[in-house]
Design a protein around this ligand. Structure first.
Ligand SMILES: Nc1ncnc2c1ncn2[C@@H]1O[C@H](COP(=O)(O)OP(=O)(O)O)[C@@H](O)[C@H]1O
Ligand SMILES: [Mg+2]
Length: 205
């Protein structure tokens, strides 16, 4: 069924994912590809509603509930948006996907990784990205970006210890086989050059 290309950008908040997604989209469109930029949680009517619940500071959500909400949002996103776009031959750029759940709900909240990864598989119906690019951001750079952090949602309001666990998790996950690690502490253009080089390989296939 698959004709398109599925690219996932991963990494902590404020590591530069959205910035790079926009630049990648422009370049791919110049090359003549049809591009869909999407995000998690979100991407469909129902998934965006779940996103609101998840990010609302007034929501009181325990870790397992949080996990299921993310996965529910993911099922709809995968079925309604990603799979049809792939079938239509588009290039999909998703700002976050399953690795975020492993980092935040697994390493961050401390839920068993086997549970998280089983649900990831179920929610994606085993669809795998063609590439997952993890933005690895040096602690020093991260601390500077934290200072300019805008309006804080429920996840951003978590204590520093939570964010540190998530950042450490991404550093670990970036070394998994099949993952592309990007040093996200460099200038925007340099990072974009590396991402384009990686994506070029997929386009040639
Ligand atoms: N390579 C970079 N160097 C310096 N600042 C950056 C870089 N990439 C992004 N930024 C800035 O950092 C902030 C977070 O970037 P953003 O793309 O929104 O991250 P994310 O989508 O991962 O949360 C923004 O203010 C953005 O302009
Ligand atoms: Mg973003």
């Amino acid at each position: 069924m698959k004709k398109g290309i599925f690219i996932v950008l991963e990494g902590p908040d404020r590591s530069g994912k959205s910035t790079q997604a926009a630049l990648l989209k422009t370049w791919l469109e110049e090359l003549g590809h049809e591009v869909l930029v999407t995000r998690e949680p979100g991407g469909t009517y129902l998934s965006e509603k779940i996103r609101k619940i998840l990010l609302d500071p007034k929501s009181n959500i325990e870790p397992m509930t949080e996990l299921f909400l993310y996965e529910t949002s993911r099922i709809k996103h995968t079925l309604e948006k990603i799979m049809p776009a792939l079938k239509a031959g588009k290039v999909i750029i998703s700002d976050r996907y399953t690795l975020s759940t492993t980092a935040y709900q697994g390493y961050g909240r401390g839920l068993p990784l086997t549970t998280v990864e089983t649900l990831n598989r179920i929610a994606t119906m085993d669809l795998k990205p063609d590439v997952t690019i993890v933005f690895d951001i040096p602690d020093k750079v991260f601390a500077q970006r934290e200072l300019t952090r805008p309006g804080r949602d429920r996840i951003e309001r978590e204590p520093d210890s939570f964010r540190r666990r998530v950042n450490r998790a991404y550093k670990l996950l970036a070394r998994r086989p099949g993952i592309t690690r990007i040093d996200a502490g460099r200038p925007v253009e340099t990072i974009q050059k590396d991402i384009r080089a990686r994506v070029s390989k997929l386009l040639k296939k």
